[in-house]
Design a binder for this molecule. Structure first.
Ligand SMILES: [Zn+2]
Length: 209
């Protein structure tokens, strides 16, 4: 830790009083999804929101304590971030929990409630591959990314900014065991492999420069 700190001493010093992150990264809380590692970014570059299954709830002003919505609101309207990555991942427990029995979620009522935000995803999957566990979980991870992007567009002015090309939104499906990233292509409605050469440096330049 101390070595890390010494190595970036100048950077930390420049960040002491301000942050100007270029990207809002919305990822899963899963311990295997490490935003800085995936994107080769340094402190100060990304404003990060993590929750179970990288879900973006639809925008609303609420009397409840809405951490994810508040963080996204802050990133967009206080920090003025114009580039957003919604990053789902393989083997996501939150997406798998969509198909759990009621009893299995009995001790985690707040998780049960939270993943209700993916109920539309569950309905879509049930029509296609209800009995193929691996296929339905993989599909849930990807449809959930698209669902989160759709919900991002409900935040004030985001849809207009996105349509005008002023706000960029990426949907990534990160594969834990290979490091591959599949990027959502909204025009063709499919996910295409982003980093053929596993060159994270190159990707981060392509997307962040
Ligand atoms: Zn996850």
């Amino acid at each position: 830790m101390e070595e890390n700190y010494a190595e970036h001493a100048e950077l930390f010093s420049s960040l002491a009083n301000t942050q100007t992150p270029h990207t809002l990264f919305i990822g899963c809380s899963d311990s295997r999804v490490v935003p800085g590692l995936i994107t080769s970014t340094k402190p100060g570059e990304m404003f990060v929101v993590r929750n179970i299954a990288n879900i973006v709830p639809p925008y609303r002003v609420s009397d409840d304590f809405v951490a994810t919505t508040a963080a996204i609101e802050y990133a967009l309207y206080a920090l003025g971030i114009k580039q957003i990555i919604v990053c789902g991942h393989s083997n996501c427990g939150g997406c798998a929990a969509l198909f759990y029995d009621e009893a299995k979620l009995q001790k985690t009522p707040n998780v049960k409630k939270w993943i209700n935000l993916m109920s539309g995803v569950k309905d879509q999957i049930s029509k296609h591959c209800a009995n193929d566990k691996a296929k339905r979980e993989w599909l849930a991870e990807r449809l959930n990314i698209v669902n989160s992007i759709r919900n991002l567009l409900t935040y004030p002015n985001v849809k207009e900014g996105y349509m005008a090309g002023e706000i960029k939104i990426f949907g990534w499906h990160y594969i834990i065991e290979t490091g591959e990233i599949f990027n959502y292509d909204p025009h063709n409605d499919h996910f295409a492999l982003l980093n053929k050469d596993y060159d994270y440096e190159k990707i981060s330049h392509q997307l962040f420069d």
